[in-house]
Design a protein around this ligand. Structure first.
Ligand code: ATP
Length: 303
């Protein structure tokens, strides 16, 4: 009885609640047995091998696609089509190339209001967008077009564009994947600052395990490689599920934590949990330039 009540409370209060979710494209099972409750304000990093279904899960959360079966609630309600409660930032193409930085940031406010309000609130919307641009140190670039900005600057605009709508959930699909390592670390610290200030729930997809552990208060490993011996009714390798779920108590304030032993150990564990065991036989060390954040031995080394 008590269990039922707490489950109901969890369903209603969770920012995201998925129970026994399955997603198929025709006969192809992409996601299966997904059970997940994410509390408001959590920062979830989602990692997993290429093609396991991370972006598919993000599209489900965004409401661009629907689950094939199972329960999927956002803020206690069945997930609906995309709306302003969910913002998204992609690796590229989050910005409209023909709009200036300012127009890109103000766009959501304009689109979500009627014609009269848009006219009446013009100055207020402009000031609000400029306030965000000041916060991300881009006020001086408000008149520029996206192609005139560096990759890191473009992503700061994209984050402002999403945050100005005050989303409860910020979804991020490899947002820093195209940036050089220095800019990437800078953006990681920047994002943590924004998350602490705006207190939204973040769902962050990355191939970079180090980035996932550095940013997340929780690490979810999605994988089609199961190690618990459970029988897969769809046959081996059909459909990914969450194979590990690590809550992280500590909060990093500096990237120096990436060099600590605990940090390295957790990354090893995640790698072991979620990635192809055959591939892993040949893995010796990380190389963050590799899309899956680890390096395989070449033939001469493997011999
Ligand atoms: N619309 C679709 N129709 C059929 N199959 C699809 C569709 N969209 C995605 N898939 C398949 O679903 C699987 C998961 O794709 P998804 O892009 O979600 O994986 P991912 O983990 O985000 O990959 P990556 O890490 O490479 O970005 C892939 O096998 C992909 O080919």
């Amino acid at each position: 009885m008590e269990e039922k009540t707490s489950l109901r409370a969890l369903r209603e209060s969770a920012s995201l609640y998925l129970e026994n979710v399955r997603k198929c494209y025709g006969p192809k099972v992409i996601l299966k047995d997904i059970d997940l409750a994410v509390k408001k304000g959590e920062f979830c990093s989602l990692v997993g091998p290429s093609g396991c279904g991370k972006s598919t899960l993000l599209r489900l959360i965004l409401g661009q696609e629907y689950v094939t079966s199972g329960t999927f609630l956002i803020g206690g309600k069945p997930v609906g089509p995309p709306d302003t409660t969910r913002g998204i930032v992609y690796q590229r193409y989050s910005l409209f190339p023909h709009l200036t930085v300012l127009q890109n940031v103000v766009l959501g406010l304009n689109l979500s209001s009627g014609l009269i309000d848009r006219f009446r609130m013009k100055k207020q919307f402009h000031d609000e967008a400029m306030r965000f641009l000041e916060e991300v140190e881009l006020a001086d670039h408000s008149h520029k077009y996206p192609h005139e900005l560096s990759g890191g600057m473009q992503q700061r605009v994209a984050i402002s564009q999403a945050l100005i709508m005050k989303p409860e959930l910020l979804l991020m699909d490899e947002p820093f994947g195209a940036l050089d390592p220095g800019t990437r670390e800078h953006m990681q610290i920047f994002l943590l600052g924004m998350w602490e200030k705006y207190k939204m729930t973040v769902f962050f997809v990355t191939h970079d395990l180090e980035e996932a552990v550095f940013l997340g208060t929780r690490i979810l490993v999605l994988s089609q490689y199961w190690s618990d011996g459970k029988t897969d009714v769809d046959g081996p390798g059909h459909g990914a599920r969450i194979v590990s779920d690590y809550p992280l108590a500590r909060r990093a304030t500096s990237t120096a934590v990436k060099k600590s032993a605990d940090f390295g150990e957790l990354i090893q564990k995640i790698r072991h949990d979620g990635f192809d065991p055959e591939y892993l036989q040949h893995v010796t060390e990380f190389d963050l330039r590799h899309p899956d954040s680890f390096r395989t031995l070449d033939e001469s080394e493997a011999g």
